[in-house]
Design a protein around this ligand. Structure first.
Ligand code: ADP
Ligand code: ZN
Ligand code: ZN
Length: 725
């Protein structure tokens, strides 16, 4: 029997199937070790056959099967094959999506936690290793004193070499400590609600229906309750469920709701897990112990069998499309799995993406609505404040008079407020008033952001840090100007107004540590009155009953992000952030500050008029030829060498022009240019941007011409990119 094997090497030259002689119990989906080009490498069996096209005498046998139960289940293997084809990916890269590295690489080091225990006393140790190995002796002494120590801790304290030397010599013992590390402590019991009529109808429409649904429900309309009811019914029928949320809405609150409703059934997958935790959660799913998976994008690959429903909450969120290689669109993956399992796929949102709503209009998705908030609560009133008028009026602070008055009123009533600003740090740039010098990153073509707390300038693209300027490095002037304000500065200014009230900040800087989110949110929910300042991570999923005021400080940040989705994204953001107010009482109020008060995005947003916004936007897309009426495709070419990047860009662009000749008017737009950010992490960036009438052949042709192996150059293709930079 011959095994068809994909080797775990990311290289286009080996992106094909190799034949090996199968071992007795080799099965499809297994990880194996195979000889390959003088090495022994990891491989995956994707098929078995009596037949081979190669010279039988030259085919080598598999060296070892790495498991007895294949890690790639049949559905997941099919999914990988589909992905490779559909998104023009290497099969080995698709398998990497399906098997997290801790599972794939069997990296014992990562999988297990180890403890060290002593085997001999300190005197015997001195005899064996002598007096000079101070670190080693100190470790033996500590172990004799304490009985045991974690391997990681020992390395931190005494150095890796000392620890490993002692283990090798058998002076101390390294014991694997394989326990279930994911200790989810459920702090609250969340009650189960009796469904409202509209919720009931939504559940009824969706359940057991092998279709894709678009569940459009305003914020606080009880979508999550609908999801949980459907999942509960699945479990009763011995089926399983996947529920995806954007990374940032995977809040402790959401986990509490799920764990309390489905005790011991839920596995959680997100980027905050340690390798070991991820491995344990994956095993619980793989072995059938957990029937519900709650997670971010990558959880769509969870190896559940017999799926009864797949839910994508906040389906419009950009995190559902990966921004780097291997790039895939979660909706398409979910669609594949839903059809494979003949189960419903539910896309939920208060503000569906224009594309999804368009599909609903075309009848490809079935639209289900939850038009009202629970208990007939009103949507909070949104008031637009013209910031230009404020400035003319002499108010140059970041807060309008109205915002301050409403904030004050909220705090005086003992309630909570959320202030949203989609920029972290203190100031978006620093600049010399005398000569115009602007601090930039050495490695990226972007301005540095001032972080006052650390008194540093930071590059938000590569993370590099620089000392803050006291004088201009160019003309030595001390007159430094600060750019647009960020979360840090908002908190600083608020602290001068509210000295006795807790003010919390939630952004990428304050949530970097493990459980960072959780801590800030639990503090916030336990203190009334209080204020939470944050970036878009405060926009989603939170359900805090005491929040009555929401201030949107600078809504225009996303509006002028010059890409075709900026209107859509701004509408979504405003609606989501506003939706945090007045979720349990009728006193929600929102102030939206902008320099473009008449913009149609805001006009529709303040009235929660999604349909109106959709009509306007879809018309615009149609007349200008943007998605869903076209496909945008970008070929990004990057290299440390500016010249090489240009050369390759030119080479591909020449071929692109041939395609333009071939397809004529179907190609609406085609241009080569430097990327909006010309350099990131020392790499020069060029792009070929094209827009064409949706057509699989044209897409394939563009992927094809970009499929080059060029020394020192990286080529990356994206369809309908979320972020052009
Ligand atoms: P969404 O996901 O649409 O924002 P949620 O499901 O979070 O809405 O519901 C909003 C709030 O209303 C939550 O506090 C939830 O517990 C509550 N809720 C949902 N459904 C019901 C119901 N049928 N009866 C009473 N309260 C409900
Ligand atoms: Zn200067
Ligand atoms: Zn940088």
């Amino acid at each position: 029997m011959y095994a068809k094997v994909i080797v775990d090497i990311s290289n286009d030259a080996v992106d094909r199937v190799f034949d090996y002689v199968a071992l007795d119990d080799t099965k499809v989906g297994m990880r194996v070790r195979v000889p390959f080009a003088g090495r022994i490498v990891l491989g995956y069996v994707i098929g078995l056959s009596e037949h081979t096209d190669f010279d039988k005498n030259k085919i080598k046998p598999i060296i070892k099967n790495l498991e007895s139960v294949p890690k790639l289940k049949p559905e997941i293997l099919q999914l990988c094959l589909f992905l490779a084809k559909h998104f023009f990916l290497r099969l080995s890269d698709c398998i990497k999506l399906a098997l997290p590295s801790c599972v794939r690489l069997d990296s014992q080091r990562e999988m297990l936690e180890y403890n060290l225990t002593p085997l001999i006393d300190i005197d015997t140790a001195i005899n064996m290793i002598g007096k000079r190995a101070k670190n080693q002796l100190a470790l033996v002494a500590t172990l004799n004193e304490q009985g045991s120590l974690s391997y990681q801790k020992a390395i931190e304290l005494f150095g890796r070499t000392s620890v490993n030397t002692l283990v090798e010599k058998g002076i101390i013992l390294k014991i694997a400590n394989r326990k279930n590390r994911f200790h989810y402590s459920n702090t609250t019991t969340v009650q189960k609600n009796i469904l409202t009529q509209s919720q009931f109808e939504a559940v009824d429409a969706i359940q057991n229906n092998n279709k894709t649904f678009l569940l459009q429900g305003v914020t606080g309309s009880g979508k999550t309750e609908v999801y949980m009811t459907i999942i509960e019914n699945c479990i009763k029928e011995n089926k399983t469920a996947i529920m995806l949320v954007p990374e940032i809405s995977l809040t402790p609150q959401m986990m509490d709701r799920f764990n309390s409703r489905f005790p011991n059934e839920v596995a959680v997958l997100h980027s905050g897990l340690s390798e070991g935790e991820r491995f344990d959660e994956w095993e619980r799913i793989f072995s059938g112990k957990a029937h519900v998976v709650l997670g971010a994008r990558s959880a769509i690959f969870a190896p559940l069998e017999n799926l009864g429903v797949i839910i994508i909450d906040e389906e419009h969120d950009s995190s559902y499309v990966s921004e780097s290689n291997p790039r895939f669109v979660t909706h398409d993956v979910a669609e594949f799995r839903a059809r494979y399992n003949s189960c419903p796929l539910v896309l939920g949102s208060a503000t569906p993406s224009i594309e999804s709503f368009h599909k609903a209009k075309l009848g490809q998705y079935q639209l289900v609505k939850l038009p009202e908030r629970i208990n007939g609560l009103e949507m909070p009133k949104i008031e637009i404040i013209d910031m230009l008028a404020e400035v003319m009026d002499g108010n140059t602070s970041p807060f309008s008079k109205k915002l301050l008055a409403k904030l004050d009123d909220c705090i005086n009533r003992g309630k909570q407020a959320i202030l949203f600003i989609n920029r972290r740090g203190y100031a978006s740039f620093v600049m010399c008033r005398e000569c115009g010098y602007r601090a930039k990153c050495d490695d990226c073509e972007v301005s540095l952001v001032y972080h006052k707390e650390d008194n540093e300038l930071k590059c938000h693209f590569c993370g590099k840090r620089y000392r803050m300027l006291t004088n201009c490095p160019n003309c030595n002037s001390p007159d430094i100007k600060y750019g647009a304000l960020g979360t840090e500065r908002v908190v600083n200014e608020l602290k001068t107004i509210y000295k006795d009230i807790p003010i919390y900040r939630m952004d990428n800087d304050t949530t970097r540590k493990k459980d960072g989110h959780k801590k800030i949110l639990s503090e916030f929910s336990n203190h009334t009155p209080s204020i939470l300042v944050g970036t878009q991570m405060i926009a989603k999923g939170h359900d805090y009953p005491n929040v009555s005021f929401v201030g949107i400080l600078d809504a225009d940040v996303s509006l002028y992000n010059s890409d075709y989705k900026s209107n859509e994204r701004t509408f979504q953001l405003v609606t989501q952030v506003a939706g945090r107010a007045g979720r349990k009482t009728n006193d929600g109020y929102v102030v939206l500050q902008t320099y473009a008060p008449k913009h149609y995005v805001y006009r529709y947003a303040v009235n929660y008029n999604y349909d109106g916004f959709y009509d306007k936007e879809i018309n615009l897309r149609q007349t200008t030829g943007f998605p869903p009426f076209s496909k945008i495709l970008r070929i990004l070419i990057t290299s440390i060498s500016d010249n090489r990047a240009r050369e390759v860009t030119k080479k591909i662009f020449d071929k692109a022009n041939e395609l333009k000749l071939k397809y004529g008017k179907s190609i609406i737009f085609l241009q080569a240019m430097p990327s909006p950010v010309k350099r990131i992490q020392t790499k020069y960036r060029y792009q070929i941007l094209t827009r064409f009438v949706p057509d699989d052949k044209i897409t394939a042709d563009f992927y094809n011409i970009a499929d080059l192996v060029e020394k020192d150059v990286t080529i990356f293709v994206e369809v309908n990119p979320n972020n052009l930079r």
